[in-house]
Design a protein around this ligand. Structure first.
Ligand code: SF4
Ligand code: ZN
Length: 311
């Protein structure tokens, strides 16, 4: 059957006579802006409900970098908040101290938090670890994303706890999640693959939730664009060292030629997680000998990293 055409010549929305603004590859549907926004919001809410991510009385710290994923996450949670009883939000931004990049995204984060009326707090590497990321990385720039990722996780936990949060919500989208699965498999890191599968735990004190984990990156960008909230921001100068780049381009090529690849990868992760739960690769978390934070070995990643950085 041929697709319906709007008088303008573009395909019509599958739910109404309006012209479509997006073709959703995974559902094979054309959608207008109203139905697309509704569809994204419903899928996010459904994902939250199905995975019991939010419970009554939760105070959720939204990790708000100011980039598109975290902006979409905050908008969405703030708009849908009345669905959940006695749940509150607080936005937390980590200032790693990256010259020529972070200042602009912090400004954008402040604006979006103000727009949706959510309290906003900033925590910096300088205050927490004594130096900015730029200084910590001198001479080891190629390790930027590893160092940044470990310290940012710790900073987020600290800020969330300080602000009375019961959970941390991050803006990881389907592309990010699928890339992580593939990276863990390629590294042979089944332990992390299993650990990431456990919805409510990670190597931090507070449970983490990822409400956008089933939404493709392209749809998040379109969501913000339609809402008039899409901003072009500078890119982190260390992106060029990110290993993720190769995996990203392989996966997006595969997704383009075989729509649904990323969703199927996420299904595989769940299945592997189920089979390996309780086996020796999914050892329970222990406590770090130095700081007491939960970790998988004797010493947590942050303490090991601080030692290797001579701090
Ligand atoms: Fe940190 Fe790497 Fe992301 Fe830059 S690209 S913010 S260094 S994780
Ligand atoms: Zn429509």
């Amino acid at each position: 059957m041929g697709e319906k055409k709007h008088p303008s010549g573009t395909p019509s929305c599958c739910c109404c006579p309006e012209p479509s603004v997006i073709y959703q590859q995974h559902s094979h549907r054309h959608l207008c802006s109203t139905h697309f926004i509704r569809d994204v919001e419903e899928r996010v809410v459904q994902g939250i409900e199905n995975n019991a991510m939010i419970r009554p009385k939760d105070r959720i710290a939204v990790a708000l970098s100011g980039g598109k994923d975290s902006t979409a996450l905050l908008l969405l949670l703030a708009h849908q908040l009345k669905r959940w009883r006695d749940v509150s939000l607080v936005a937390v931004t980590v200032d790693e101290g990256i010259e020529g990049y972070r200042n602009e995204t912090i400004k954008a984060a402040g604006q979006v938090a103000e727009k949706v009326g959510v309290e906003h707090h900033i925590i910096s590497f300088q205050d927490l670890f004594g130096d900015s990321l730029d200084i910590l990385l001198k001479g080891r720039e190629e390790q930027a994303c590893t160092v940044c990722g470990i310290l940012r996780k710790k900073a987020l936990s600290e800020a969330a706890k300080k602000n009375g949060a019961t959970k941390i919500a991050t803006g990881h989208n389907l592309d990010d999640e699928a890339q992580s699965v593939l990276m863990n498999v390629l590294r042979g890191d089944l332990m992390r693959l299993v650990r990431d599968s456990a919805a409510d735990t990670s190597d931090c004190f507070l449970p983490r939730i990822k409400p956008l984990a089933e939404i493709p990156e392209k749809e998040i960008a379109s969501y913000l664009f339609i809402k008039g909230m899409f901003l072009l921001l500078p890119e982190c100068p260390y992106t060029r060292f990110a290993l993720r780049g190769d995996v990203r381009s392989v996966l997006s090529g595969l997704e383009h030629r075989n729509p649904g690849t990323m969703l199927r990868l996420m299904e595989s992760k769940k299945t592997i997680g189920k089979y390996l739960a309780g086996s020796s690769v999914s050892d329970p978390l222990r406590r770090c000998r130095q700081c007491g934070d939960p970790c998988s070995g004797d010493t947590c990643q942050v303490c090991r990293l601080r030692q290797s950085l001579g701090r």
